[in-house]
Design a protein around this ligand. Structure first.
Ligand code: G6P
Length: 362
């Protein structure tokens, strides 16, 4: 039943719309009545013994891992590396003394990630798979599993699994911080923050007509585009770019906004769409000045900014949420943008060319 399209023309749109509900389900699944986090103590003990975390993933899950690294390092101060599975598999980094591995995988079947898990098991290190599919291969073969409870994701382009992964990473960080008695984590009321996120996501999906119009006005014929941002906005920019390119075939790059001027700005032409993601007060002014640099070279800039750092003329205003969780809301307009650009170009949004939902070859 959950996998039926119902009144939706495409699964991708249905799955985008389901995200506020997924946030609420995660709160129900992972919090006790008294507000404490419901995560296996054994897993928390194993995590607590680690001196470094290694997040391994592919595609959109890798991008959720970029945000996870920020959460783990900023809130609970554990060094965290994030690796592309296919790279790690044959070129592993130098490991710390007590590594702990986290596999992020919607399907639990990605061959590149499994290859790394097999190696990790041979080494004898502990691991956790965060997946949407109970009993999937990576779930069975890892030491621990946490489920995303996002419901079946049918569209090839991943949407609700990305936000579920980030939310669950935040819940895990909270549980870890509580176990280690870390003040920042104790003060971080994840259940309340995720409820705010759910409401914020709802506001955004309710206003999807605005994005449909932007898609038409700015992206109707373009062959290339850029997303720019700093910090978590850069992490988000990379996911936003992947989403747009995979369903609309617009060549899109997600760039650290300060890095664009060191070469890539040469690609900006009259009318090139550039989407600036601005949610962090510390770097808002810098990203705005980077946006001015591309405007001066003819780019057509779309500003997506949080309410607290918004400037006059910004086209998409994001509801305020905890700054570390901002990708959970800022991703929504970028998912919708990818969807509408694809739709307007007449493509099969759910089944983009050359792509598979789950890639079981290395
Ligand atoms: C495929 C899908 C992507 C997905 C990636 C990783 O390439 O098309 O949408 O992000 O695999 O999948 P996983 O199931 O491991 O998250």
């Amino acid at each position: 039943q959950a996998a039926k399209k119902g009144a939706y023309p495409y699964y991708m749109l249905k799955e985008i719309d389901e995200q506020p509900g997924v946030m609420r389900t995660l709160i129900q699944e992972y919090f006790n009545e008294d507000g404490s986090v419901k995560i296996d103590q054994e897993l928390l003990d194993a995590l607590s013994k680690a001196d470094r975390l290694y997040i391994v993933a592919a595609g959109t899950s890798y991008h959720a891992g970029l945000v996870g690294k920020e959460l783990f390092e900023k809130l609970v101060h554990i060094p965290t590396e994030i690796h592309v599975a296919s790279e790690f598999a044959y070129n592993p980094p130098l490991l710390s003394e007590k590594p702990f591995f986290i596999f992020l995988t919607q399907s639990g079947e990605t061959a590149d990630s499994r290859q790394v898990l097999t190696q990790v098991n041979e080494w004898g290190y502990p691991s956790l798979t965060i997946t949407n599919v109970a009993n999937s291969t990576l779930s069975r073969e890892a030491t621990y599993t946490l489920l995303l409870h996002a419901g079946p994701e049918i569209a090839v382009a991943s949407t609700k699994a990305y936000t579920a992964q980030i939310a669950l990473e935040a819940i895990l960080v909270k549980a870890y911080g509580e176990a280690k008695d870390i003040k920042a984590a104790k003060d971080f009321d994840v259940a309340v923050e995720l409820t705010k996120v759910a409401n914020g996501m709802q506001e955004l999906v309710d206003e999807k007509g605005d994005i449909e119009k932007v898609a038409q006005d700015m992206f109707a014929t373009t062959r290339n585009a850029f997303y720019i941002g700093r910090g978590v906005d850069y992490a988000l920019a990379q996911e936003a770019a992947l989403k747009l390119k995979e369903v609309s075939y617009v060549q899109t790059e997600g760039f650290a906004s300060g890095e664009l001027k060191h070469g890539t700005i040469a690609l900006i032409e009259e009318g090139t769409p550039v989407v600036a993601i601005i949610t962090d007060p510390k770097t808002a002014a810098h990203t705005r000045s980077n946006a001015q640099e591309v405007i001066a070279r003819g780019a057509n800039v779309l500003f997506i900014s949080s309410r607290d750092v918004a400037a006059e003329g910004d086209q998409i205003i994001l509801p305020e949420v905890d700054p570390l969780l901002s990708p959970l809301v800022s991703v929504v307009p970028t998912q919708l943008l990818a969807y509408y650009v694809s739709l307007q170009r007449g493509y099969d949004v759910d089944k983009p060319r050359n792509l598979a939902k789950s890639v079981t070859v290395e």
